[in-house]
Design a protein around this ligand. Structure first.
Ligand code: ADP
Ligand code: TRP
Length: 332
């Protein structure tokens, strides 16, 4: 029996190269080794009150882009969270034994209080219970997420174990974070500091759907410095970031060439940026073309979403039948 993996992504816009190299490529590889559930976490995204048009558009982006990257709906279960109402039901039950104190201590909740002080809603507070429901509903043992989600996973284990104790069962298994790839890739952004992230703005991100013209424009604006002044000096963060980007899209020869130019104090950043842009365009083009094709094919997208919902609900309904019996919901 293959182990079960669950991963969700909040639909907040288009996928960028960070999402691709940090998450989606691994999903594509792991779908052959595990029983994978990949879902679009549209219920989670309601905490920020997106408009119906935005919500629908973002969900479509993620679905299209997952498929364009190679997530195979015949191989794994790809579904939209709100298509599986059993998740909301399990969320309700888990909320009954999630305590205010522990929810308030969650780092992501504290961050949200700071970032959206005018919208501190109960959904934000109970976000970890919903995430636990996403995972426990398929009784998954592995969750491919990064460090920032470790606390949520710990809470998932707490809620699952507490449920088990309350109902004197061993029903839920403990899920753990795992890395499929040996080396975790962190893709830097274009602003000279930190990782590529939507929250740092569109200029910081190369989206999978960006056209060649946009990629060239964004690269030209990437932050650099006044250039090296002595041979073999350590690269400052902004320059190292550009080389890191080159590392993921360019050939070893090309990288070595620019590295030597930097070390010999002969580099021209304009050339370096152009080279990265052209290699990125070559890398991105097949994905972008599939995105364009799939975006036009609503009937295929509907089929994929429906098929995913059927498979996900089958798994979720089995769990909920057993959960309901454990809780004591019985017919007369
Ligand atoms: P963003 O920071 O743009 O909002 P998300 O937090 O939605 O991105 O990330 C979704 C997934 O993509 C997560 O699994 C995360 O680890 C991965 N990811 C996001 N940005 C990067 C990056 N710059 N490098 C590597 N992985 C990333
Ligand atoms: N909280 C995750 C994030 O912000 C998204 C998510 C929701 C998730 N439910 C999940 C991830 C279940 C893995 C498993 O990235």
């Amino acid at each position: 029996m293959k182990e079960t993996v669950v991963s969700g992504i909040r639909p907040t816009g288009k996928l960028h190269l960070g999402n691709y190299f940090g998450a989606v490529t691994n999903f594509v590889k792991m779908q052959y080794d595990y029983n994978c559930f990949f879902f679009i976490a549209d219920l989670h995204s309601l905490t920020t009150h997106p408009t119906p048009q935005d919500l629908h558009g973002y969900v479509k982006h993620v679905l299209v882009e997952y498929l364009a990257c190679g997530i195979d709906p015949e191989q794994s279960t790809i579904y939209i969270q709100s298509d599986v109402p059993e998740v909301a039901e399990l969320y309700l039950y888990l909320n009954m034994n999630a305590y205010l104190g522990e929810l308030e201590r969650s780092t992501s909740f504290k961050d949200k209080i700071r970032s959206q002080p005018n919208n501190v809603n109960a959904g934000l507070l109970t976000y970890p219970a919903l995430m636990a429901a996403d995972i426990l509903i398929h009784r998954a043992s592995k969750v491919p997420v990064g460090k920032d989600q470790e606390q949520h996973l710990e809470m998932t284990r707490t809620f699952g174990n507490r449920f088990n104790r309350l109902y004197n069962s061993e029903y839920f298994v403990e899920p753990f974070a795992f890395n499929y790839a040996k080396n975790l890739v962190k893709v830097p952004g274009l602003d000279g500091k930190g990782k590529m992230s939507k929250s740092e703005g569109d200029g910081n991100c190369i989206y999978l759907s960006d056209s060649p013209e946009i990629i060239r424009k964004k690269l030209l604006r990437a932050v650099t410095d006044s250039g090296p002044s002595v041979e073999n000096q350590t690269k400052p963060e902004a320059i190292q970031n550009l080389f890191d980007l080159m590392n993921i899209v360019s050939s070893p020869d090309t990288i070595a060439h620019y590295d030597a130019l930097y070390n010999n104090v002969a580099i021209r950043y304009g050339d370096l940026k152009k080279q990265i842009a052209e290699d990125m365009i070559i890398f991105n083009s097949p994905i972008r073309e599939r995105i364009e094709e799939l975006s036009k094919d609503n009937s295929y997208l509907r089929k994929v979403a429906e098929q995913g919902a059927v498979k996900a609900r089958e798994s979720a309904q089995k769990t909920m039948k057993e959960v309901r019996a454990l809780i004591g919901f019985k017919s007369f």
